[in-house]
Design a protein around this ligand. Structure first.
Ligand code: ADP
Length: 236
């Protein structure tokens, strides 16, 4: 199993962002965490990437416990947060070399690894450009590239297509599907079509609670999953 979560709860002040969530994700799955804004998706992802601790419950990623082995988890997981924090005044290749250094990839291997990732994420033509000069879609590719640089087993992507135009959307979804052939991916979204297009499985979350967990094919029009999601979003 790549991810195992047991009774995870996170409370911020009086706000319960996650309420006793349990789930498990097998190796090689592409799973969509689907829910409206405020459902608790980012909170789940920040806990799994060891950026914040849960209030109670337990979680393991790649066999490592979030409390006992956070450093091992950071080595095993690539993470793209919703804001995609990039250094806008760096050049694409320069930035990826910098990130490779942060991950302590051996100096003599860094250049080759960066070129490999540039090719995998389709950034060849942009590699010598300043990040600030890139379109939103290409900035997102750089965000995915930085998350992949240390060859993690698991990729966690928080709302990876938000703000993209329709063409960029298709390109980024295709890239995620391609990466999903060799890695476990957990991505969050509030758009049902996104999980249908990219994921094999969907976990619906609302008000911090897990409300459905099923194969995406059951999201098809008229299915009970689709109804569940429509009911949730209708109440917002
Ligand atoms: P999502 O990613 O599904 O939009 P979040 O995990 O960001 O949801 O947020 C879940 C709930 O927790 C929301 O009500 C949000 O306002 C609250 N929340 C998230 N982060 C914090 C924080 N750092 N402090 C207080 N409340 C927070």
């Amino acid at each position: 199993m790549s991810i195992i979560v047991n009774d995870l709860t996170k409370v911020y002040g009086k706000q319960k962002a996650l309420d006793n969530v349990s789930l498990s994700i097998g190796d090689g799955e592409i799973v969509g965490l689907l829910g409206p804004n405020g459902a608790g998706k980012s909170t789940m992802m920040k806990i799994l990437t060891c950026f914040i601790p849960p209030t109670s419950g337990e979680a393991k990623v790649c066999g490592y416990d979030i409390f006992d082995n956070p450093m091992e988890i950071k080595k095993s997981v690539g993470y793209l947060s919703e804001q995609n924090p990039l250094y806008m005044d760096m050049y694409v290749r320069e930035f990826l070399l910098f990130v490779a250094g942060v991950h302590k990839i051996e100096r003599k291997l860094r250049r080759d690894r960066v070129e490999e990732i540039i090719s995998l994420t389709g950034l060849e033509k942009e590699a010598n450009k300043k990040i600030e000069a890139l379109s939103k879609g290409y900035k997102q590719r750089v965000g995915i590239a930085q998350a992949l640089i240390h060859d993690p087993k698991v990729l966690i992507l928080d709302e990876p297509t938000t703000g993209l135009d329709p063409n960029q959307l298709v390109e980024i979804r295709n890239l995620i599907k391609q990466i999903g052939k060799t890695k476990t991916i957990l991505l969050s979204t509030h758009i049902m079509q996104e999980v249908e297009a990219v994921c094999s499985r969907v976990i619906i979350i609302n008000n911090g609670r897990l409300v459905a967990d099923d194969e995406t094919k059951h999201l098809a029009e008229g299915g009970s999953l689709e109804k569940t999601f429509r009911e949730i979003t209708a109440n917002i």
